[in-house]
Design a protein around this ligand. Structure first.
Ligand SMILES: C[S@@+](CC[C@H](N)C(=O)[O-])C[C@H]1O[C@@H](n2cnc3c(N)ncnc32)[C@H](O)[C@@H]1O
Length: 307
């Protein structure tokens, strides 16, 4: 195995990518800065629009030659720059899907001059015809009642009914609340549930996944849990420390073989001990810890209203 594999380098992606051999990567799965001014402990998300797009084109051109002919790419974006970046990628690759990640954000005020944005836009692209895609690894099984209801002769023995259906391009998965044991100290950490689906569908077992912008290392953890390899870069040394901790967690050793829910990877030991006494004990908590509980309650009430 090459020396760079299963490593996250504390380094600028543009410099590091030059060392990865061309045509050595099965999947690029990445979540670059959005150009929205987020604080990653550096200025990477604070570029002017024109500089941000020029920089995006530079890293895309440095990363794409690393893909094998059978390779593909997932990229997390927001509505603000997805039109421009999708055009860049469509000039270089074949677009397969625009996936909408509904972050299940509760309704609570928000913008007063436009609609509230609650989704990420994910682009899925293939380098060439014949790209790797394992649908069976990500099918969603039907429950017993649905299977029974589809009992007409034409359905009996149908593969899709036995093994489950193809996930649609709208993915409704809650963002990671501060309380979630999976949550690390990173402002835009992605849920493993989403990343693991991409890994199982689009990287063969034992293959190598490249993420030039690792953040808290979700791509690396997902690769490890799914029996794949990873390589990537992250500018912020504190986030590199988080990645090391997450990779060393016992849950990172779990081999995820299906879509069934698994134990979350714990990013930290929960500090809040006394939750039994409800409102009184809540008052004793720091505001930053109390807020997510309220958020969850609001989200539950919203779900009830939605029903
Ligand atoms: C959107 S976040 C990635 C979050 C990640 N998907 C997760 O689940 O934690 C983007 C990350 O890219 C890092 N970054 C920004 N510019 C970079 C560069 N030139 N090279 C390497 N990392 C960079 C930022 O520090 C930030 O942590």
């Amino acid at each position: 195995m090459n020396s760079y594999v299963d490593t996250v380098f504390n380094e600028d992606a543009l410099a590091g990518l030059a060392r990865i051999p061309d045509a050595s990567i099965d999947l690029i799965l990445t979540d670059p800065p959005y150009g929205l001014g987020k604080d990653y402990g550096n200025d990477s998300d604070k570029q002017a629009s024109v500089d941000y797009l020029a920089w995006t084109e530079r890293w895309i051109d440095a990363a794409l030659p690393k893909l094998k002919a059978s390779g593909s790419l997932y990229i997390f974006l927001t509505w603000r720059y997805s039109p421009e970046i999708f055009v860049m990628l469509k000039q270089r690759m074949t677009m397969l899907n625009e996936i909408i990640w509904d972050r299940r954000v509760p309704s609570m005020g928000g913008s007063v001059r436009s609609f509230t944005s609650v989704h990420d836009t994910i682009g899925f692209f293939a380098k060439a015809k014949g790209h790797y895609f394992d649908l069976d690894a990500v099918r969603i099984p039907y429950d017993a009642a649905t299977k029974k209801a589809r009992s007409r002769a034409i359905f009996v023995g149908a593969k899709w009914l036995e093994l489950g259906y193809n996930p649609k391009d709208l993915w409704s998965v809650s963002r990671l609340h501060k309380e979630n044991p999976e949550r690390a100290d990173h402002p835009t950490q992605k849920p493993l549930e989403i990343i693991e689906r991409m890994v199982r569908a689009s990287c063969p077992p034992g293959g190598v996944i490249l993420d030039p912008f690792m953040g808290s290392g979700t791509t690396a953890i997902a690769a490890k849990r799914c029996g794949r390899h990873f390589v990537g870069f992250e500018l912020n040394p504190d986030y590199c420390q988080i990645i090391e901790t997450r990779l060393a967690s016992p849950e990172a050793e779990l081999l995820v073989q299906s879509n069934a829910p698994t134990e979350p990877v714990r990013a930290k030991i929960p500090e809040v001990k006394n939750r039994k006494k409800g409102r009184k004990s809540l008052k004793k908590l720091e505001t930053s810890e109390a807020e997510p509980q309220l958020e969850i309650q609001m989200e539950l009430s919203q779900q009830v209203l939605d029903l």
